[in-house]
Design a protein around this ligand. Sequence first.
Ligand SMILES: [Zn+2]
Length: 135
Amino acid sequence: MQLLSLHPDKTLGRSTNESTIIGHLKEAYSILLDQQLRNEYDRHLLEKAKKQGMNADGVGLDQYSLDEFTADEIKGIWSMACPRCESEGGMELNEGDLENGTTDGEFGLQLALQCQSCSLWIKVKYYMGDDEEEE
Ligand SMILES: [Zn+2]
């Protein structure tokens, strides 16, 4: 009888449960609020990235095809005269660059490339050859 009355469920019972529930609600609310803030922050970052994104995804850049580049297959380098400063080979990329290209949302790939002389950015579109995968 004595033990039973000291049992937390019996003695504190209701008030404990209530404070626990309120505690849970507060916690859930703060997580929810935190999640909203995080979503807004993510969206903000995305918008910011889009505005600055010209170097990352090539939006707003002049577009060139890899066909316009001269390939040096021995070195594995593609080069082109810069369209702005006309520096010969100012635009240069290698196989590693091509492997790091991103999809253009259609069926090709693209990457942003910077002139080594005047630091102009351009967008280069290309396709990875299927024949490299077929042996
Ligand atoms: Zn240039």
